[in-house]
Design a protein around this ligand. Structure first.
Ligand code: ARG
Length: 466
């Protein structure tokens, strides 16, 4: 169907059908067919509302509902044939329904595809925010399990990728639990924002017919905690607002960034140079040439997908910037980026959750890495401060100690006492106690710190919250 009659929904004023190239350019059903079940849900509610206000008879509504149910069953079974000549999911469904149910010719009363697609997408966002929220929760639980296993594994923490201070490996993984919690909150916000019904905004200026917007909103579950309907308050904004798209893609972008950083940590840690962890065989690959290789492909792909999630967000920003109100056809391009972001974010969250149980810390390599006494240079400063030395003076003195240790190629904690006391008289014989790792960590038990009690407390708290 490529002639005039294929455009039964708007062909009235045209003398010829669209060019084949126009159809190729204009079709969106190849991707927006994913909205079919939301579109059917919206149509069911719209038909019910039209009956409620006396525009459709009950018999007409029932026939439309039965036809929509039939279509839904066919679509779910994969038996429905989508036709690109009918442009989009909305027109495909309307034509198929009208062929079966004559009353469906009345279904589009007081509705435009502009408020229709806005409604479909809000329903889609609500579902996909929930799915992503659950996938995040699942990944957080696995991170927590890993943190539980690595509470007593002490590693050097890094800044500038230079050894900084010792931390339990668990503290490192718990940092990602915090990030994913913020991701969950972002998705909850998108869900909240999507939960407002735009149906009834029409093409741009509503309708002259006596529709009941609150009725439709209630039918579709666009309600607040008290069950009160939530309606968009400006028809022009409602049909052109794409904030939920931006925020959803932005939330997915941030999920990608978080997972990419974690993936990078795992890639570095599994290298021979670090050797802090072993990665699971099932999520690594070998080399076709080098028999010794075990490559962290799953983690590299998570890092790579983050680029794609960023691209989708950027696409939407560029798409929307500078568009005059209200609906413009450019907006049809809003769907592939969010569909892709949802799919890829869910995938990498699932992959991460599956990888984490297989991560094994290399206890010996971690223990060797934290024998470096330089990791506690800051604690020596604190030791001096506790003896009444001003921080700047203490910092300078320990800097001199570090320089001396480097010059003499001597571990910091083994510098001869005579030379030490010459650098600062407050450095007394008991200063070597500073280099006891357990003591160093046990001194860090305030909120947010990596002390063993605090970390164990954190793990307990999260276990209750997740
Ligand atoms: N397929 C269209 C889209 O996704 C539906 C809205 C069409 N509206 C219009 N005025 N042509 O944007």
């Amino acid at each position: 169907m490529t002639d005039k009659q294929s455009q039964a929904t708007w062909g009235g004023r045209f003398s010829e059908g669209p060019d084949a190239l126009m159809l190729r350019l204009g079709e969106s059903v190849s991707f927006d067919h994913q909205l079919a079940l939301y579109d059917i849900k919206g149509s069911r509610a719209h038909a019910a509302m039209l009956t409620h206000v006396g525009i459709l008879t009950e018999a007409e509504r029932d026939a439309i509902h039965a036809g929509l149910d039939e279509l839904a069953t066919e679509i779910e079974a994969g038996d429905f044939e989508w036709d690109t000549a009918l442009e989009d999911v909305h027109m495909n469904l309307e034509q198929a329904l009208t062929q079966r149910v004559p009353a469906a010719a009345k279904l589009h009363t007081a509705r435009s595809r502009n408020d229709q697609v806005a409604t479909d997408m809000r329903l889609w966002f609500k579902d996909h925010c929930e799915a992503l929220y659950d996938a995040l929760t699942n990944a957080m639980r696995e991170l927590l399990a890993l943190a539980e296993r690595t509470q007593s594994v002490i590693i050097p923490g890094y800044t500038h990728l230079q050894r900084a201070q010792p931390v339990p490996m668990a503290h490192h993984f718990l940092a990602y639990v915090e990030m994913l919690e913020r991701d969950r909150n972002r998705l909850a916000m998108v869900h909240e924002q999507a939960n407002i019904c735009p149906l009834g905004s029409g093409a741009i200026a509503g309708s002259t017919l006596p529709i009941d917007r609150a009725f439709v909103a209630r039918e579709l579950g666009f309600t607040d905690l008290e069950g009160e309907p939530r309606l968009t308050e400006n028809s022009m904004d409602a049909v052109s607002d794409r904030d939920a798209f931006l925020d959803f893609a932005g939330a997915c972008n941030t999920i990608g960034l978080h997972l990419s950083r974690l993936a990078e940590d795992c890639i570095l840690w599994s290298s021979a140079e670090f050797g802090f962890v072993k990665l699971p065989d099932a999520f690594t690959t070998g080399s076709s040439l080098m028999p010794q290789k075990k490559n962290p492909d799953a983690f590299e792909l998570i890092r790579g997908k983050a680029a794609r999630l960023n691209g989708n967000h950027q696409t939407l920003i560029t798409l929307i910037k500078g568009l005059p109100l209200t609906y413009n056809r450019d907006l049809q391009e809003d769907k592939p980026p969010v569909f892709d972001s949802a799919e890829q974010s869910l995938l990498i969250l699932d992959v991460l959750a599956a990888c984490l149980p297989g991560i094994e810390p290399d206890i010996a390599r971690c223990a060797a890495a934290v024998t470096d006494p330089m990791l506690l240079a800051t604690d020596v400063v604190d030791y001096l401060v506790q003896k009444g030395v001003a921080f700047r003076e203490a910092h300078h003195a320990v800097g001199e100690l570090v320089a001396l240790a480097e010059k003499e190629a001597c571990p910091l904690n083994e510098l001869p006492p005579k030379k030490i006391s010459k650098i600062h008289e407050a450095l007394e014989a008991d200063w070597t106690q500073v280099f006891d790792l357990d003591r160093a960590l046990a001194a860090r038990e305030a909120t947010g710190m990596p002390g063993p009690k605090t970390v164990a407390e954190q793990i307990k708290d999260w276990a209750e919250r997740l």
